[in-house]
Design a protein around this ligand. Structure first.
Ligand code: FES
Length: 98
């Protein structure tokens, strides 16, 4: 659906989405990379488990929650990529632990 505009000076890194290597560019957000994927969703809802995708891209809607390097419920639109980052789509309800 989305594609990155060509930026000849961009530094390319590799992140892993659900274990799959994905090219990204420094300075872009995790949510932007997710929106370029064939399956652009980032989480499923806790009750119906319907897929949700980033929407506002400015930290307001919380539709972009993903797991980043083992930390759950990270806002993908506010998180810049870095080389080797591990992103996992969140599915179903999160567990609460103290
Ligand atoms: S896309 Fe809305 S908070 Fe991230």
């Amino acid at each position: 659906m989305f594609r990155k505009l060509h930026d000849p000076g961009a530094q390319t890194v590799t992140i892993f989405i659900d274990g799959r290597p994905v090219p990204a560019e420094l300075g872009e957000s995790v949510a932007a990379v997710l929106l370029r994927q064939p399956e652009a969703w980032c989480r499923t809802t806790p009750i119906s488990e319907s897929p949700r995708a980033p929407y506002c891209m400015m930290g307001v809607c919380f539709e972009c929650l993903v797991e980043v390097d083992g930390l759950a419920s990270v806002q993908g639109c506010l998180t810049p990529v870095r080389n080797g980052m591990r992103v996992a789509r969140q599915q179903g309800p999160r567990s609460l632990s103290a």
